[in-house]
Design a protein around this ligand. Structure first.
Ligand SMILES: [Fe+2]
Length: 212
């Protein structure tokens, strides 16, 4: 077994009308994500990863701290991008959330507007590269969090992510230049497919199906 780059769930020009252009998706998926997969496959033997799932590798690399960083940089980014592609769609956007997800956000985060503001703040205040997350916490409650570089809520032990926004510059520079807040606002208002997030809430998070 080896890790592989999953196809995008839509064409590379499918999100252009939602301010994620074809060139962004071609580079981000075809070059950046692909590079993480290639690098991770190059670590399988030397780091003893054979037979392990992607999720298990993220968790173990996170627990290993600085020693786990070389693996987490690649494994985390592979997992993070698989989730990222899935939570966007050409029919994404809007404020009409499936009832189950809306109720959970109301209950745990004070409503959609408050959640969006917290998520945007998490992404804006992540210094340097990283991710903003909506997570099913270990107590079962939703929470908003952020991580640096390739880390994710699995590697930090905070829970299971059901929504993630990439705040590396490669995610938004062509469409928004350096204006990360506008990219995050557009992501939340025009790109997120809430039905996918609702499904991930119900299923307890992404099962990547990827293993070494
Ligand atoms: Fe990325």
């Amino acid at each position: 077994m080896a890790f592989s780059l999953p196809a995008l769930p839509y064409s590379t020009n499918a999100l252009a009308g939602q301010k994620m252009c074809q060139e962004t998706l071609e580079l981000h998926h075809g070059k950046h994500h692909n590079a993480y997969v290639t690098a991770l496959n190059g670590l399988i033997e030397s780091k003893g990863l054979a037979g392990k799932s992607l999720e298990q590798i993220c968790a173990e690399a996170g627990k290993a701290g600085a020693d786990g960083a070389p693996v987490l940089n690649q494994a985390g980014q592979h997992y993070n991008h698989i989730l990222f592609w899935q939570v966007m769609s050409p029919s994404g956007g809007g404020d009409k959330l499936p009832a189950r997800l809306a109720a959970k956000i109301d209950q745990d985060l004070g409503g959609l507007a408050q959640f969006k503001e917290a998520f945007k703040q998490a992404g804006v205040t992540q210094f340097g590269s990283g991710w903003a997350w909506l997570v099913i916490g270990t107590d079962g409650k939703l929470k908003v969090t952020k991580t640096a570089n390739g880390a994710n809520p699995i590697s930090t032990g905070e829970g299971t992510p059901i929504l993630g926004a990439d705040v590396w510059e490669h995610a938004y520079y062509l469409d928004f230049r350096n204006v990360r807040p506008d990219y995050l606002g557009n992501f939340l208002n025009n790109l997120v497919d809430w039905s996918v997030v609702d499904s991930l809430l119900a299923s307890g998070g992404l099962k990547s199906g990827q293993s070494a």
